[in-house]
Structure formats: C-alpha cells, structure tokens
Design a protein around this ligand. Structure first.
Ligand code: NI
Length: 157
C-alpha cells in the first residue's frame, strides 16, 4: 500500500473535472482503493474521492468513526431527502471549514470493491460524506455550496 499525494484547491484541474465511470474492476482498481484507504486514514479523513489524488474516475472511499473503511464505485443517488446544516472540511482545502446545507438522508447505489452491486441508505454524517464525495466526482467542492464568505472559516492554529 502507499500514501498518495492529495491535490489541493485551486492548483489541480482534475478536482474540477467530471470523472469517468470505472469500466472494469481489476487489480489496478483494487490497488488504487487500498492506497486511497491508507491515504484517507493517514490524513484523518472520513472520505476521499479519486479526483483528489489526481485520478479522474468515479470512485471514492469512506470510513465513519469506529467503522470499517468501504469503497463505492460509480455511485448514483437513488433518493435524497430532508436537509441538515453541517460544518464541513475537505482534505483538498486544508486549513478551512464551512457551514453548508446537505440532504438529511440519502440512498446511493453503486458497486463495491469486488464489483458487487450495493445500495447504501444513510443519514447524518454518512449522508453528508456520500454527498461530499459524489460532488467530487462531478468536479464540485463544498465551498461551491457556501452562500456567503461569512460561512467559510480558517482553522485556528
Ligand atoms: Ni473533499
């Protein structure tokens, strides 16, 4: 496994591209997933999308506190409902956090790291993380959802 360098806003255009679907889940994708999990854990993140490490593919890894890491490939929303106000950060925008609105609950379908169809029903932090990571696959960053600059804050050292 390997720790991969994370692309930082605004210096990498891959972050702003719409990523391509993963067409086959082979050993190189599985290696990428393992490396992304290690990179996410080392950075203390709850999620990491492939464009953040410079790979324009529809693939993300997630890990909720106290749970096992998981991968989702070619994710799609089945349903999004309600609203929650969240304080969000991003490994690609270090040193900042912001207040935005996310769906309160989501249903997402996609494939797992073995290529098996999965369907995830989530609320709270997991719903927020799924929306955040799927946004990354579409070139969208959480700062795009901020309504005013007053809602973006610098982390105090
Ligand atoms: Ni992010």
């Amino acid at each position: 496994m390997a720790i991969l360098p994370i692309c930082h806003y605004p210096d990498d255009s891959v972050l702003r591209q719409k990523a391509k679907r993963v067409s086959s889940i082979d050993s190189s994708i599985q290696r990428l997933i393992n490396d992304m999990v290690e990179t996410m854990q080392q950075a203390n993140g709850v999620g990491l999308a492939a464009p953040q490490i410079g790979v324009s593919l529809r693939l993300a890894v997630l890990q909720m506190p106290g749970e096992e890491p998981m991968a989702i490939i070619n994710p799609q929303f089945v349903k999004r409902s309600g609203e929650q106000e969240v304080t969000e950060g991003c490994l690609s925008i270090p040193g900042y956090f912001g207040q935005i609105k996310r769906s309160a609950s989501v249903v997402v379908k996609g494939l797992d790291s073995e290529g098996k169809a999965i369907r995830i029903k989530a609320s709270g932090l997991m719903a927020e993380a799924l929306e955040h990571e799927i946004d990354h696959l579409n070139g969208i960053l959480y700062i795009d959802h901020i309504e005013s600059q007053d809602e973006l804050h610098e982390v105090e050292a």
